[in-house]
Write a protein that binds this ligand. Structure first.
Ligand code: UT7
Length: 323
């Protein structure tokens, strides 16, 4: 059978760092409140004129370097983003042009913070069915552009960044110990719209709008949905939490990471954490965390890696990969 294997990871974070102390000069907040409620200490903010496709392209180039492949090898680009450069065309087509290539398919996926899980699930399906041989899967966001910088309950939580992985078709015996993506699991419940959304858009208000969130409600659903989708993913592969080498979660809040790992019975040392330095980068958070843990040698060949994320919609999902 064919499986898609993650051959390389890449990351890009804008140069500008905004600390909690910086924020406390902008809104009525404090480093103590932000750290104790979220675990966030600082976040990166895109420069004026630096767009989501710029971030995505830099992360993609690093992922291709790590995979030891030229851009010309790519025949599918999927960008998960809720902050595209333009309403259309897809940010993925801008990335394709910036990489200097013109073959294959390129499109965006919108599932907000769960976007990377949706994107990798779709790319994995296209690779396994022979529709693509080498895929770039990118999560890239400039949430700083859709934050209400007067709203302290949301503006302290998010940051900008991009992460990317290269997937490649490989022959596999198909067992849980053979390399590649073992399974993906996606969910949505559109009834929960009002808890996390942007109050604008081309069809409704003809404005870009700002992010609005009922944080407590999102928190409560996040721990339930994330632990249940990881249970579902493990069960589908005949695995248990004890088999996990690395949990790579969406980075929304340190307390969500802790509560989810506790509920699943996963030791905190097996959870990859970037929230303190990146804040919540929406669709970029999982590939940024993957790139960090693969780059510093924590994730190694043969390890079982479980990714999970939840975002507006609600949408949520998980992916199990044997590295
Ligand atoms: O990516 C997926 C989407 N996002 C998430 O998963 C986020 C999920 N939710 C959360 O992470 C948390 O609910 C928050 C971090 C957003 C909030 O934490 P909380 O413990 O639920 O706090 P809260 O909203 O209940 O607010 C507690 C207090 C309020 O004051 P009063 O009403 O108790 O006097 C807020 O006004 O904290 C106040 N507050 C702040 N104070 C200082 C809210 N934001 C701030 C702030 N600085 N930045």
């Amino acid at each position: 059978m064919i499986r898609s294997q993650i051959l390389g990871c890449g990351a890009y974070l804008p140069r500008k760092v905004l600390t909690n102390h910086d924020l406390s000069a902008m809104v009525d907040t404090s480093d103590e409140w932000i750290v104790s409620r979220t675990g966030i200490r600082e976040r990166h903010i895109a420069a004026d004129g630096e767009t989501t496709s710029d971030l995505a392209t830099l992360a993609a180039r690093e992922a291709l370097r790590a995979a030891n492949l030229p851009p010309e090898a790519v025949d599918l680009i999927v960008v998960a983003t809720a902050t595209p450069d333009e309403t259309f065309p897809a940010t993925a087509t801008l990335v394709q042009a910036k990489l200097g290539i013109s073959r294959g398919a390129a499109f965006d996926v919108g599932a907000v913070c769960a976007g990377f899980l949706y994107a990798i699930a779709i790319a994995d399906s296209l690779v396994r069915t022979g529709n693509a041989g080498t895929a770039l899967v990118i999560g890239a966001e400039t949430f700083s552009r859709i934050l209400d910088w007067q709203d302290r309950s949301t503006c302290v939580l998010f940051g900008d960044g991009a992460g990317a992985v290269v997937l490649r078709a490989v022959e596999s015996a198909g067992g849980p110990h053979d390399r590649g993506i073992l399974s993906t699991h996606l969910h949505a419940d559109g009834r929960q719209h009002d808890y996390l959304y942007v109050d604008g858009g081309p069809s409704s208000t003809q404005t870009t709008g700002h992010l609005r969130m009922a944080g407590k409600e999102v928190f409560r659903h996040a721990v339930n949905n994330l632990s249940s989708v990881v249970d579902e993913a493990l069960e589908a592969n005949g695995l248990t939490a004890a088999d996990i080498d690395w949990l790579v979660p969406h980075q929304a809040n340190q307390r969500i990471l802790d509560a989810t790992a506790r509920r699943l019975g996963i030791a905190p040392e097996k959870v990859v954490v970037t929230i303190d330095r990146h804040a919540n980068t929406s669709a970029a958070s999982v590939p940024l965390a993957l790139a960090e843990a693969a780059g510093d040698g924590r994730i190694r060949a043969g390890h079982l890696v479980v990714m999970e994320a939840m975002g507006g919609g609600f949408t949520w999902g998980a992916c199990v990969a044997r590295w």
